[in-house]
Design a protein around this ligand. Structure first.
Ligand code: ZN
Length: 86
């Protein structure tokens, strides 16, 4: 079994529930950006410009509690600005 690399593909290796959540088509509430930071979409906000999505970086797997990433890792990967604002 190959050692998991530090990329988005590693998310979901802790349990089947998270893996399944990452592979649900269309309704993607878990998603990883190109920096390899896993986000959870909390909800949508209806504004005059349309629907804005609220995303939050996931530190622990919500299903099994495994530590997935740290705030330090996220800020290192994401840089100063959240990716959806770039
Ligand atoms: Zn898990």
């Amino acid at each position: 079994m190959p050692r998991p690399s530090k990329c988005s593909a590693e998310f979901g290796s802790c349990c089947k529930d998270l893996k399944d959540s990452l592979t649900i088509p269309q309704q993607k509430f878990f998603w990883a950006d190109e920096q390899g930071v896993l986000y959870l979409t909390i909800g949508g906000v209806r504004t005059e410009q349309g629907v804005g999505w609220m995303d939050h970086a996931v530190l622990f797997c919500p299903f099994c509690g495994t530590k997935l990433q740290t705030k330090e890792e996220i800020s290192l990967k994401a840089g100063s600005a959240p990716p959806h604002l770039q």
